[in-house]
Write a protein that binds this ligand. Structure first.
Ligand code: COA
Length: 164
């Protein structure tokens, strides 16, 4: 972990932050020379899971991934930068946000390519959901993200109640 992150206050948003860097190898691409959505989804899941684990220091499982938006394609040979953090904590679950950027290896130009939200549940040693520590919101930006995450959670749980 970046020592700067390790020194951030316990359970702060900063402490959960993750930056992952990947490279778009030919086997990750489709016939258009763009990365497969499923490959990005896999990296998003990993990035968000690390953020969740940095927050709660427990085993976590993915409960849902939603609002995945593919904004721009990512080309073969480009560098992929994923940034994730915990947006909000509830009782046993946490919402993590991940933003994915495409970086040109030649010019350094960065383009936002994908964003997504993933909810993880912390598990105890018997595989049962367990409470997570509350997220410490230190800035207006943290509070704005947490409010938005709470609204998304309400929508998810309402959809679950409606659809079963
Ligand atoms: C995670 C799991 C153990 C939870 O089991 P459960 O006892 O049924 O508990 P619930 O799913 O009802 O609730 C657990 C949490 O998920 C939340 N949740 C439920 N449905 C959700 C949804 N669609 N999206 C986001 N969060 C949801 C609940 O609100 C609760 O969070 P809270 O305690 O903070 O309020 C179980 O759903 C499971 O094993 N799922 C499969 C996980 C998996 O295999 N993931 C892929 C590989 S990691």
């Amino acid at each position: 972990m970046d020592p700067d992150l390790a020194n951030a206050p316990p359970h702060s948003v900063r402490r959960s932050q993750v930056e992952m860097t990947e490279h778009v190898l030919p086997e990750f691409t489709n016939s258009l020379g763009n990365i497969f959505g499923g490959q990005i989804m896999s990296w998003i899941d990993i990035c968000a899971a690390i953020a969740a684990q940095r927050h709660c220091r427990s085993v976590v499982v993915t409960r849902s991934i939603d609002a995945v938006e593919f904004i721009n394609p990512i080309k073969a040979g480009h560098i992929v930068v994923l940034r994730g953090q915990v947006n909000a904590t509830f009782t046993t679950s946490m919402e993590c946000g991940v933003a994915v950027w495409s970086e040109s290896p030649l010019t350094g130009e960065l383009r936002k390519a994908v964003k997504a939200y993933a909810t993880f549940v912390a598990l105890d040693e018997y595989g049962r959901p367990k409470a997570v520590p509350p997220l410490v919101l230190g800035s207006d930006e943290d509070r704005r993200r947490a409010e938005a995450a709470k609204a998304r959670r309400d929508a998810r749980l309402a959809a679950r109640a409606r659809e079963g």
